[in-house]
Design a protein around this ligand. Structure first.
Ligand SMILES: *Cc1c(COP(=O)(O)O)cnc(C)c1O
Length: 367
């Protein structure tokens, strides 16, 4: 008799592994910077660190399984009823709850590609069929093709706006027209993980649309604009019947006491966070302009990152960044995503860009 360990479900072998953004390897004389995970270049404010030390003394107790205080505070700040808010362990945890609640094995989930790389993994775990629809050459959602990909097996659609990694958005009218065209029994999840960085005046009025479309839900997170990625809190806003289902598939006690308390406190610090978000937006504009000055036009991004579709030169650029102790997020054959990080990091990035375009002058519009 052989002694093999138990075999996991057959789909487990086929699942892609989530590639987390890497940290920069040290290079002599250079501070390493991580521009690969869309984190904020600021530490949590002192006020939140104090909350952490205060509530951590309660760590022998289970958290409130319903995150009552945070749910109420969130509902208040969003202007919706608390029954319309479900919490989870980061936006990714919430995504998983949604798919578990709405998809049976071999149901179909439509999303744009390339987009957030957790979608195929989460769908795969549920045994759902993924229907990726190519982005346009500008990195935008191809809403018409997505609509045409809906079949009677389709249960869910993800729309990521601003899209990770391309930073492109859908507009209010595009989104309304799309929603009008989608069968009412298909749940549309508008992933707004980066909504706070979106300054496009045509941004979908997503929360207002919730009363008009009962099959719409909005996904948001404390990881990006609030800079609390390590605490793992995300949330979903939808009609109470949808929220009920999404609460049922949560891991019990998933959102820790520290996460609940810090996120609640963070909601009261709007001025500080608006200021940080504004700094990121300004820096993004500056960086895109620096690319422009060098003869490289990037499609303006609405996230806290830029996207440079370098195609087959992606890995070469990543290698150069690594030599300068900068970790960026490469998608081989497609492009690089670079987080709007520390000013020093972005200045060093531009020096790498200068070196790179000296080697590849055809990348610029200048002749
Ligand atoms: C970061 C991100 C999320 C959520 O991340 P969490 O850290 O799990 O909250 C969701 N969607 C997209 C597109 C993201 O980039």
């Amino acid at each position: 008799m052989t002694n093999h360990p138990p075999k996991p479900r057959s789909i487990i072998d086929e699942l892609p592994t989530y590639k987390a953004g890497r940290s920069a390897s040290p290079v002599a004389g250079l501070t390493p910077f991580k521009l690969s995970s869309n984190e904020l270049p600021f530490s949590p404010p002192e006020q939140l660190l104090q909350v952490i030390s205060k509530v951590s003394s309660n760590s022998s107790r289970y958290p409130d399984p319903f995150s009552t205080e945070l749910t109420t505070a969130l509902a208040g700040s969003l202007g919706v009823h608390p029954d319309m808010v479900a919490l989870g362990t980061g936006g990714v945890g919430v995504c998983q709850q949604i798919v578990q609640a709405f998809c049976d094995a071999s149901d179909e989930v439509v999303y744009a590609w390339r987009s957030f790389e957790a979608y195929p993994i989460i769908c795969g775990i549920a045994g759902a069929h993924t229907v990726p629809v190519s982005l346009t050459p500008e990195g935008k959602h191809d809403l018409r093709t997505m609509r045409n990909s809906v079949t009677d097996r389709t249960r869910m659609i993800f729309i990521c706006s601003p899209n990770n990694p391309t930073g492109q958005v859908v507009t209010h009218q595009e989104f309304v027209d799309f929603m009008e065209s989608i069968p009412k029994d298909v749940l549309v999840v508008l992933d707004e993980a980066y909504i706070e960085f979106n300054v496009d005046p045509d941004v979908p009025k997503s929360l207002e649309l919730l009363s008009r479309f009962s099959n719409l839900g909005v996904l948001r997170t404390f990881s990006k604009a609030f800079g609390l990625a390590g605490l793992r809190v995300g949330y979903f806003i939808a009609q109470p019947a949808v929220i009920d289902a999404v609460r049922k598939t949560a891991v019990p006690f998933g959102v820790s006491i520290i996460a609940q308390a810090v996120a609640t406190e963070a909601l009261s610090m709007t001025e500080l966070f608006s200021d940080r978000i504004w700094q990121v937006i300004q820096r993004r504009g500056w960086l895109e302009n620096q690319f422009n000055i060098r003869g490289i036009h990037l499609e303006p991004s609405q996230g806290n990152f830029i996207w440079w579709p370098l195609k087959q030169r992606t890995d070469e650029f990543r290698d150069l960044c690594e030599k300068s102790a900068l970790a960026i997020r490469p998608f081989s054959g497609e492009g690089v995503r670079v987080t709007i990080g520390e000013q020093e990091a972005l200045e060093r990035l531009l020096a790498v860009v200068d070196d790179f375009i000296r080697r590849n002058p055809e990348l610029t519009h200048r002749t």
